[in-house]
Ligand binder design. Structure first.
Ligand code: HEM
Length: 437
C-alpha cells in the first residue's frame, strides 16, 4: 500500500503526473455524490485525478463525451486489469479487489475472445421467453409480498427489491427449487468479509459447477443449457465463471433499480398522485431513476493501453480509469437531451448500462427492465395504499460511490390476508371486466 499510516484526514499525496488528487473514499465523501461530481467537474473538467481506498491513484471520468470515448475505444482503453501500473501498491485484502482481481471470465476478456464469450451470453439470455420471465417475476414478487403482507409494514429494500433478482435469475438458470433458498443465503453471506464469506463463495461456485454438469447430462431450455449447446464451444469452466458474473452483474444493479424506483414513486408527488392506477408511470419512473439515481454510479473500469491525453489530463499507459456513469448522465453537455418530453417513453441516451463492447450485454438491460417493471407493478397492485413509514428526508442512501441504493425503504399499508389479494395480471387487463363471465 502507498502508506499504511494514511488516513482520510491527512493531505492527499501527489503521484507523478497526477497532482492535486481528491480522495474518493472516506466517511464524508459519499454524502452527496451529485454535488461531489459537480465540484470535481468545476475544478478539473471532465477527467479528475482521484485516490481510491488506501490512496491508490486513478482517474475519474466525469464527462459524457469522455465516458463514451473511453468505452467506445477498447484498443485505447482496455478491460484486462493485468495492465495496471499500480499492482505493487495493492494488498490482497484491498477493499476494491472484487472489481480489479483478474479472473478468466467475460469481464476481463478482450477482442475476439470477448466477442465469443459475450456473444454466447447474449444469445443464451435472448432465448429467455419474456412472458415466462414476467410470470417467474410475478411469482417471486408474490411470495415475498405474502411473507410480509399481514404485517402492515415492511422494508422494501431488504425484504423485496434486493431479493427479487436472484430469485428470478436462479429460475432462468434452471436451478432446482429446493436449492434456491440455500443459494440465496450463501450469496448474502459471500458479500460479507472474512473466512465465512470465502467459504460461502466457494459453495456458490461449487453449486454452479454442479448445475452446469447436471445440465450437460440433462439439457433443458435454461440459460446454462443454452450456453452448453452454443456454437462458441465454451468449456464447462468458462460457463461456470461466466454464469457467476451474470448472476453478480444482475443482482445488485437490478435490486437497486427496483428500490430506487419505488423510492421515487413514494416520495415524488408526480408519481404518488397516480400511484393507485400508476401502471403507466412505472416506466417513466424507471427511466428517471436511470438518469437521476442510477444504480451503478461509478464502475471500475478501463486501463489505458498507451500514454494519451484525455480531458486535458496526462494519462499514462497502465493507468486506471473509473467510469463515472452518474456524473456523465448529469453532464451539462447532455442536459438538452436528458428528458426532452414528459411521458412514459424512455430516453435511453444515458450511460447507466455502460457503453461499447463491454457494456451490459444485449438483451440484459431489456430483461432487467422486465424484472424491475414487473416487481414495481406487482407491489403497487398488491398493496394499493402503500405509503412511506418515515419522512422522505429520513431515508438514507448507503455511503458508497459504487452502488447507489438505500439502506432501507420502510413502508406501511393495510394488512392483507392472502385470500384478499386479487391475482396480478401482467397483461394489465381489468379483473372487473370479466367478473360476470
Ligand atoms: C438481468 C439483469 C442483468 C444482467 C444479466 C446483466 C449482465 C451483465 C454482464 C454479463 C455484464 C458484463 C459485460 C462484459 O464485461 O462484457 C454487465 C455489465 C454491466 N451492467 Fe449489467 N446486467 C443486468 C442488469 C444491469 C442493470 C439493472 C444495470 C444498471 C442499471 C447494469 C449495468 C451494467 C454496467 C454499468 C455494466 C458495465 C458496463 C461497462 O463496463 O461499460 N446491468 N451486465
Amino acid at each position: 500500500m502507498t502508506d499504511s499510516t494514511t488516513t482520510p484526514d491527512s493531505a492527499p499525496p501527489d503521484h507523478p503526473g497526477h497532482s492535486r488528487p481528491v480522495r474518493l473514499y472516506g466517511p464524508r465523501i459519499a454524502k452527496d455524490p451529485d454535488a461531489l461530481y459537480a465540484a470535481l467537474r468545476r475544478e478539473y473538467g471532465p477527467v479528475a485525478p482521484v485516490l481510491l481506498d488506501g490512496d491508490v491513484p486513478a482517474w475519474l471520468v466525469l464527462g459524457y463525451r469522455e465516458v463514451t470515448h473511453v468505452t467506445g475505444n477498447p484498443r485505447l482503453f482496455a478491460r484486462d486489469c493485468r495492465r495496471w501500473n499500480m499492482w505493487e501498491l495493492i494488498p490482497d485484502d484491498w477493499p476494491l479487489m472484487p472489481y480489479v482481481g483478474w479472473t478468466p471470465s467475460v469481464m476481463f476478456a478482450e477482442g475476439a475472445e470477448h466477442r465469443r464469450r459475450a456473444g454466447a451470453i447474449g444469445d443464451a439470455l435472448d432465448a429467455v421467453d419474456r412472458t415466462e420471465l414476467t410470470n417467474i417475476c410475478v411469482a417471486a414478487a408474490d411470495r415475498l409480498i405474502t411473507a410480509f403482507s399481514a404485517e402492515g409494514c415492511a422494508d422494501l429494500v431488504e425484504q423485496y427489491a434486493l431479493r427479487i433478482p436472484l430469485q428470478v435469475i436462479a429460475r432462468i438458470f434452471g436451478m432446482p427449487e429446493d436449492e434456491i433458498p440455500e443459494l440465496v443465503r450463501d450469496i448474502a453471506e459471500s458479500l460479507d468479509v472474512g473466512e465465512k464469506a470465502m467459504a460461502a463463495h466457494r459453495r456458490v461456485h461449487a453449486r454452479m459447477a454442479r448445475l452446469v454438469h447436471d445440465k450437460s447430462l440433462r439439457p433443458g431450455l435454461d440459460v446454462p443449457s443454452q450456453l452448453l449447446r452454443h456454437p462458441a464451444n465454451l468449456t464447462q469452466e468458462e460457463i461456470v465463471i461466466d454464469l457467476l458474473v451474470v448472476m453478480a452483474a444482475a443482482q445488485q444493479p437490478t435490486g437497486n433499480w427496483i428500490g430506487n424506483t419505488l423510492r421515487l414513486m413514494l416520495v415524488d408527488e408526480r408519481y404518488s398522485v397516480t400511484l393507485q392506477g400508476g401502471r403507466a408511470s412505472t416506466k417513466e419512473a424507471l427511466s428517471e431513476v436511470l438518469w437521476e439515481t442510477t444504480p451503478t454510479q461509478n464502475f471500475i473500469g478501463r486501463w489505458a493501453v498507451h500514454d494519451c491525453v484525455l480531458g486535458d489530463q496526462p494519462i499514462a499507459g497502465g493507468d486506471l480509469l473509473v467510469l463515472g456513469f452518474a456524473a456523465a448522465n448529469n453532464d451539462p453537455v447532455v442536459s438538452p437531451v436528458r428528458r426532452p418530453a414528459e411521458g412514459p417513453e424512455a430516453n435511453r441516451a444515458h450511460v447507466s448500462f455502460g457503453h461499447g463492447e463491454h457494456g451490459c450485454p444485449f438483451p440484459a438491460p431489456e430483461l432487467a427492465e422486465v424484472i424491475a417493471r414487473t416487481s414495481v407493478d406487482v407491489l403497487l397492485d398488491r398493496l394499493p395504499d402503500v405509503d412511506l413509514a418515515v419522512r422522505p428526508d429520513e431515508l438514507r442512501w448507503r455511503p458508497s460511490l459504487w452502488m447507489r441504493g438505500l439502506f432501507a425503504l420502510p413502508v406501511r399499508f393495510s394488512p392483507a390476508a392472502l385470500d384478499d389479494l386479487v391475482p396480478f395480471d401482467p397483461t394489465g387487463a381489468d379483473p372487473d371486466d370479466d367478473a360476470d363471465d
